[in-house]
Write a protein that binds this ligand. Structure first.
Ligand code: SAM
Ligand code: SF4
Length: 328
């Protein structure tokens, strides 16, 4: 699949549910209205959609959400998708999770061919973590991370940088990841969904990096994980540190991915509203021709990029939908 700007689309992120057992302040409002269950695709339908994308050239699949591991029977989707790894059509099957359900599922994920996962954890302080996630329990998440490590999964910790909240914890988090043997990625908060004033929480990573370089020695790496992060190696810990900077450094020129929601809506760009409905063509016919044509048409509309801005003149959401719809 090649888009109008010559970029090859080889990475599909799938939000399997918009629901979550946390309510992170930058992601959701406290009283979210979730999709009616009737609108959500079955796991068999999601499998059929993912398989269509793999047939058309997707090599990497990331399961996300909402919290993917709270969807009932989610392991049956991983089990089915693992056949695409076995056949060699898919190179990587992976997951972004808040970690709360990992004690239950870590070994099964490994059985399904998952080799590395991203776990979101923005603070090492239990009270702050609870404040940030509203409903989360840091102890449980850390138990989940340990279970994942013990099961043999490589772990990357995602940290959203938030001004006056965890800016003083970034250095301890880098050291903690170093001690535990995890890579880490810092993420700028993106203006998706109405959650109140984002200007207060927005912390440009250019500023964070400058400050970190007073303490740590960074070497730029060519390494690409398939996502938008740019990586450095931290000499003092020997681990990788990624920077996802949609605001301070737009990374759209190398974009290789599209995002599918649990209702079968395909977003060709995280930062634009244009989308394609794949549920209708999926259900229109048992054969895949109609679906394949709809996917081709969607890819032909992939836009050049996003244009997020957060400042006093742009303090509201750039897009109405929250991050849990498209999964980040
Ligand atoms: N629930 C899972 C988790 O938290 O890892 C997967 C879905 S979550 C939407 C995916 C990632 O997006 C998480 O690392 C989260 O911190 C990040 N995220 C959520 N809202 C964001 C926002 N407005 N700006 C930047 N990152 C955001
Ligand atoms: Fe849930 Fe992940 Fe959003 Fe937090 S960031 S509310 S864990 S979907």
């Amino acid at each position: 699949m090649i888009d109008p700007f010559g970029r090859e689309v080889s990475y599909l992120r799938v939000s399997v549910t918009d629901r979550c057992d946390f309510r992170c302040v930058y992601c959701m409002s406290e009283n979210m209205t979730f999709l009616p269950k009737a609108d959500v695709l079955s796991l068999e339908e999601l499998d059929r959609l993912c398989s269509a994308f793999v047939r058309k050239g997707v090599k990497k699949l990331r399961i996300t959400g909402g919290e993917p591991l709270v969807r009932r029977n989610i392991m049956s989707l991983f089990r089915n998708l693992s056949r695409l790894l076995k056949s060699g059509d898919l190179k990587e099957l992976t997951l972004t999770t808040n970690g709360s359900q990992l004690p239950k599922y870590a070994s099964e994920l490994v059985d399904c061919g998952v080799k590395r996962i991203n776990v979101s954890m923005d603070s090492l302080d239990a009270d702050k973590f609870h404040e940030l996630t509203r409903w989360g329990d840091l102890g449980k998440v850390q138990k989940g991370i340990r279970a994942a490590r013990d099961a043999g999964l490589a772990i990357k910790i995602n940290v959203v940088a938030l001004r006056n909240f965890n800016d003083d914890e970034i250095e301890p988090l880098i050291r903690w990841c170093g001690d535990m043997g995890y890579d880490m990625t810092l993420i700028e908060t993106m203006p998706l969904g109405d959650i109140g004033d984002r200007v207060e929480q927005y912390l440009p990573l250019s500023e964070v990096r400058e400050r970190l370089e007073e303490t740590f020695t960074f070497t730029d790496l060519d390494y690409k994980s398939g996502g938008p992060a740019r990586y450095v190696e931290v000499k003092e810990t020997g681990r990788k540190l990624g920077f996802i900077t949609p605001l301070t450094h737009n990374f759209c020129e190398g974009c290789n991915r599209v995002r599918l929601t649990c209702t079968g809506t395909l977003y060709m760009c995280l930062g634009q509203d244009d989308a394609a409905d794949l549920r209708k063509p999926l259900r229109a016919s048992e054969a895949d021709q109609v679906l394949d044509a709809a996917i081709d048409e969607a890819i032909s509309r992939k836009p050049k990029g996003h244009d997020f801005v957060i400042d006093r003149d742009h303090s509201g959401p750039a897009l109405a939908r929250h991050m849990n719809v498209t999964g980040g």
